[in-house]
Ligand binder design. Structure first.
Ligand code: ZN
Ligand code: MN
Length: 486
């Protein structure tokens, strides 16, 4: 049977995080607002209303281009993309066609064989449309609060080879956008959306097969599932000797299928032309340099830096650099640990272990938990453990208590009497009790079965609730056994 090569390209739309809309002063924070309360003549497309470009939106798009390795174009043009739809009051979307703001660039993925770059065609700016609401009464309504909210469209080259790779590309892109602060990345609220182009061709054929565009995928999983479905559908069509139709299809999450929506219009159908209301935009080197200077260290660089820390594995580094808040928290904790004589590795162990487990259990985010458990608290705990003041078992208990209550580890240890029970009267008494209560194990031990001591250690450990070290317990037991022999 013929094998088919899969070619995928993604178009990601990201709302740019600004306080006002792309071409007017209306608030872009529309999510919880009553319908049609964030509107003005400009974003309603009323005749005579003139647009003014939002400087912050341009700066954010430039920062995005810089983070993705794109070339920033000095002269860029806002065009009108003409089409008729109820959510588009002016009959055109302000977008870019010729001369987009950013050209080229890449998103780097980690493959088993090493890093792999997916090329970008362009990053351009445009405005979002309004939103149709289909009422229970059978009527449809339109809310223009979203109309005119700034968007970036990030277009990949057709270089993605599988649904899994498409998902990883989209995840990586989201990580970067959120990391540099240009988008919330909130997919549930529609701030980040993805369309995919996919075509199949027989192995060995040079020309691409018919391109199908899939819309309406609202999660990473939906993207992967929709592409998988399309591969199976198109393979079946081709194997039956038929042709795949070039069309737009929508992903139906509930049914797990794509449905034909409309045959794809060529770009000429949109009759793009430069918006006569907006003069060509000139971006000078100073603006680009400012954006570049404001750009934080990017996730890959930070992850590599973490992986180079002694005792921090590549997997831990990835976990610690998953988002900027977590990376900052780790670095602050590592610094506090070092200041008290511990190592950055100690910080990594507690954050990737206990902290993430507790956050996962409680569903809380790190920013909120960090108000109760600041980096210095972890350093304090590490120090208590390192100095032998508490055992590892106790340390885990104290960590959770500190996480839940916000009390300092040192205070928890004092108030609850959790300090290590060292060699001394208490341990000697507990050892005597264990020997007296377990004559069979004692007899076995005396008979030469040395492993019987393990059982006795366990009994004493239980009595101390884990507050003694096994070594101290063994020493106390051996001392008591010798005393009995004497
Ligand atoms: Zn407006
Ligand atoms: Mn678009």
């Amino acid at each position: 049977m013929t094998d088919y090569l899969v070619t995928i390209g993604l178009e990601v739309h990201a709302q740019i995080l600004t306080s006002s809309k792309m071409f007017c002063g209306c608030s872009a924070d529309y999510a919880d607002a009553a319908p049609n309360t964030h509107v003005c003549p400009t974003c309603l497309g009323l005749p005579g209303a003139l647009p003014v470009i939002n400087r912050r939106a341009i700066e954010h798009a430039i920062s995005t281009g810089l983070a993705l390795g794109s070339r920033i174009q000095h002269d860029t043009i806002i065009s009108r993309k003409n089409y008729f739809y109820a959510d588009l009051p002016s009959g055109y979307q302000r977008s870019q066609y010729d001369d987009p703001l950013c050209v080229g660039g890449w998103v780097e993925l980690d493959d088993a064989s090493g890093p792999r770059r997916i090329g970008l065609t362009r990053v351009h700016i445009e405005e979002d449309t309004g939103k149709l609401i289909h009422g229970d009464d059978g009527a449809s309504y339109v809310d223009f609060n979203r109309a005119g909210v700034p968007l970036m469209e990030i277009v990949s080259e057709p270089q993605i080879a599988s649904p899994d790779e498409a998902r990883r590309y989209f995840q990586k892109l989201r990580q970067i956008l959120v990391w540099i602060g240009v988008s919330t990345g909130d997919m549930e609220r529609g701030a980040l959306r993805c369309d995919a182009n996919i075509s199949l061709r027989p192995a060995g054929q040079r020309e691409f097969g018919a391109k199908v565009e899939i819309k309406n995928m609202n999660s990473f999983r939906a993207l992967e599932r929709a592409l998988q479905y399309e591969i199976e559908r198109q393979t079946a069509v081709l194997r039956a000797g038929m042709r795949v139709r070039q069309e737009t299809r929508g992903w139906d999450e509930a049914r797990g299928v794509t449905d034909a929506q409309r045959t794809k219009e060529g770009s000429a159908d949109y009759r793009y032309f430069p918006d006569p209301d907006i003069p060509p935009l000139r971006v000078d080197d100073t603006v680009i340099a400012e954006c570049s200077a404001r750009l934080p260290e990017l996730p890959d660089a930070r992850r590599a830096r973490f992986a180079a820390i002694a005792g921090v594995s590549a997997m831990d580094a990835e976990t610690l650099a998953a988002d900027r808040g977590r990376a900052d928290y780790f670095e602050a904790t590592a610094a506090a640990c070092e200041a008290s004589g511990a190592t950055p590795r100690d910080a990594a162990v507690w954050i990737t272990g206990e902290l993430l487990r507790l956050l996962n259990d409680t569903g809380e985010d790190l920013a909120s938990a960090a108000r109760r458990l600041p980096p210095t608290a972890i350093a304090e705990l590490v120090q208590l453990l390192g100095s032998g003041a508490i055992t590892r078992t106790t340390a885990k208990e104290v960590f959770e208590l500190a996480f839940r209550s916000g009390a300092a580890p040192r205070v928890i240890v004092e108030e609850r009497g959790l300090a290590v029970i060292g060699a001394g009267d208490v341990l000697a008494r507990l050892a005597r009790e264990a020997l007296a209560g377990n004559p069979k194990a004692v007899a076995e031990y005396r008979g030469g079965k040395l492993t019987a001591i393990k059982f006795l250690i366990g009994q004493v450990m239980k009595a101390t609730k884990g507050q003694a070290s096994p070594q101290a317990v063994q020493a106390a037991l051996e001392a008591e056994l010798q005393r009995l022999d004497a």
